[in-house]
Design a protein around this ligand. Sequence first.
Ligand SMILES: [Zn+2]
Length: 93
Amino acid sequence: MRSKLFIFLIGLGLFLSGVSAFIAYFYEPLRSVFFVIAVILFVSNLLLSQMAYGYYLYKKEAMLKQKEMQRCPACDKPIYISDKRCPYCGKTV
Ligand SMILES: [Zn+2]
């Protein structure tokens, strides 16, 4: 859901920066303006895609972590499945 939004934004940004570069190439009077716009769009796109990738990695790791966790039957705090004793209340799981 969220990753689709990111892909859409990145695609839109790439498209707009491509259009700006296109205009800069053919429209001489405002060439420098459109060139700057194209560069700014392209750079912000790179940052956005980096963010999206970081978010994706974070989500993946969070899901993996959740799989390795369970809840302590005594205090209901999240503990590792491999834990023999709860680190919070000391009860044997
Ligand atoms: Zn506990």
